[in-house]
Ligand binder design. Structure first.
Ligand code: AMP
Length: 223
């Protein structure tokens, strides 16, 4: 049976870390719009330049571009058994666009998406963001404050360089929160009304959150 998982949560709520773990264990592709957009920016394309002008201000990239990227990605062969969407949709407009994309892709097959919402205190989030580093090679995510790394510049898994994302400064992070509360938070209501929302407390440790997440999947997701 096809499994479609959607993850919503404020910046720094740990969606990236948890969805990567889930992707490995459930053998489903992890589709992270932020990373797809950063790849587009690095490619130097016109679309990348356009995306960058919004990303550097902590604003949402125009829907036409994001929907195109997502649709192309969801049409790939590896999404046949399902996928994990991390960071999309991020507005009501995108949620309706996703409805249309999924209707087109799934056609006559009935697939019930599950929406996980990561709830966490905002004070903790700023701390997490400004201390976040990620590996430039394998994408592993670290927190300099909560993980004691022998070398804060190197990935413990593959030895790649650890980098700080350009938008993980306090100034841009605050703008990203504003964007989240204004545009993404209304999705909680939408998916609650549709009976699809599963809420998780994301203030715990990585392992505890993962245990709760996989527990919630066992409880709610029919195989
Ligand atoms: P993230 O890596 O998820 O924190 O996303 C980084 C930035 O990419 C965001 O601040 C937005 O500028 C942009 N972005 C990511 N996902 C979306 C989306 N679904 N719609 C529009 N912009 C997005």
């Amino acid at each position: 049976m096809k499994r479609e998982f959607i993850f919503i949560g404020p910046p720094g709520s740990g969606k990236g870390t948890q969805t990567k773990m889930l992707s490995k264990d459930f053998n489903l592709p992890h589709i992270d719009t932020g990373s797809l957009l950063r790849e587009e920016v690095s490619s130097g394309s016109e679309e990348g330049k356009l995306a960058d002008s919004f990303m550097e201000k902590g604003q949402l990239v125009p829907i036409e571009l994001v929907s195109k990227i997502i649709k192309n990605r969801l049409l790939k062969q590896d999404c046949q058994n399902g996928f994990i969407l991390d960071g999309y949709p991020r507005s009501l407009e995108q949620a309706y666009a996703l409805d249309d994309i999924l209707k087109e892709i799934d056609k006559n097959v009935f697939v019930q998406p599950y929406v996980f919402y990561f709830e966490v205190d905002q004070k903790q989030l700023i701390e997490r963001l400004i201390n976040r580093r990620s590996c430039s090679v394998c994408g592993a995510i670290y927190n300099l404050k909560t993980m004691s790394l022998k070398d804060e510049t190197k990935c413990q898994k593959c030895g790649g360089n650890l980098i700080r994302r350009e938008d993980d400064t306090e100034e841009v992070a605050n703008k990203r929160f504003k964007t989240y509360f204004d545009q993404t938070a209304p999705l909680i209501d939408l998916y609650t009304k549709r009976g699809l929302l599963i809420k998780l407390n994301a203030s715990f440790s990585i392992d505890e959150i993962y245990k709760n997440l996989t527990g919630a999947i066992k409880e709610n997701v029919h195989s």
